[in-house]
Design a protein around this ligand. Structure first.
Ligand code: SF4
Length: 298
């Protein structure tokens, strides 16, 4: 899938947002720039995704989607927090222009859990309404959740909510110490050891519900690959400026090499050194061997 970086702006302000500090120059400057970037992307690959920031805030999005469709795009995905989709006229214009799928960021099974992450009161209600509007007009929906210290015990509940809302897929990835999360690493990034049982349970529940899954950067099916544009689109550099790598997402393997500026432990908290890729392989062997996570058959 070819990614188009539409807008650096966002109407959420997530505690883990990896876009912080990326710089506006990576994104489409104006409507014409977005149009040109879109047409160039379609020439490379008929499967495209508009990513951000929040692509729905770009004033040229509808026109660019329409041009992509006319230019031969076969699959047009929008990575979004879906808050603008709560407005029926906008949702319909996106669909009519040719978008067929949404990768929607949902960080909690309750308003309090989600709004804590986005730091925007009322964002859960708007996102959930956006999902409902999207399903009403037959857009395909995948739900993306970043696993943090504040939601890792509720991943199965988020999977159930995603299914209840009509989503076809569920994407789980660990928060990493980039952007906003780097500022408050100790309260945002969870311990992989603690996440593991909840992640396994969420995978089991999602399979039972028939959701297409992408977990820690690994798609469980082709359908899942088409539903998600990725979270944290970085290549891990050797300095403190991670570089963007188009079309890929960070993996557990890379997490051990993330250049982390760690805050001092607070309130007597003690943490060990960052995990290396090899150490993480021992913790999550199934993911690295290609076998499915344990947890029962659908
Ligand atoms: S993570 Fe996504 S929804 Fe949240 S602030 Fe960043 S771009 Fe916006």
């Amino acid at each position: 899938m070819e990614l188009i970086q539409a807008s650096a702006r966002c109407n959420n302000h997530c505690v883990f947002c990896a876009q912080e500090g990326l710089g506006e120059e990576k994104f489409a400057k104006d409507e014409n720039d977005l149009l040109q970037k879109t047409l160039a992307a379609v020439r490379k690959n008929p499967r495209i995704a508009f990513v951000g920031g929040e692509p729905t805030l770009h004033p040229g999005l509808i026109k660019a989607v329409s041009a992509a469709k006319e230019g031969g795009a076969l699959h047009i995905l929008i990575q979004t927090n879906a808050r603008r989709l709560a407005y029926p006229a906008f949702a319909e214009s996106l669909k009519n222009a040719g978008a067929n799928a949404l990768d929607i960021s949902l960080q909690g099974s309750t308003p309090a859990m989600h709004d804590y992450h986005t730091r925007i009161s009322g964002s859960w209600a708007q996102t959930v309404l956006g999902v409902k509007r999207a399903k009403k007009i037959w857009l395909t929906v995948g739900i993306s959740t970043v696993i943090t210290r504040s939601n890792f015990r509720h991943l199965s509940e988020i999977a159930r909510l995603a299914h209840h809302l009509g989503a076809e897929g569920f994407h789980l990835n660990l928060a990493a110490a980039y952007g906003e999360a780097a500022k408050s690493w100790a309260r945002v990034v969870p311990s992989p050891e603690m996440v593991r049982p909840y992640l396994e349970e969420a995978v089991r529940v999602s399979k039972n519900l028939g959701l297409s899954l992408m977990v820690l950067g690994r798609a469980f099916s082709d359908e899942a690959r088409d539903l998600f544009a990725g979270i944290g689109l970085y290549e891990i550099g050797t300095n403190s400026s991670p570089r963007r790598k188009s079309g890929s997402i960070y993996s557990l393997d890379e997490m051990g090499t993330v250049p982390i500026s760690r805050p001092k432990p607070g309130l007597g908290e003690r943490r060990g050194p960052p995990k290396t890729g090899e150490e993480l392989k021992k913790l999550f062997p199934e993911i690295f061997t290609g076998a499915e996570l344990p947890g029962g058959k659908p």
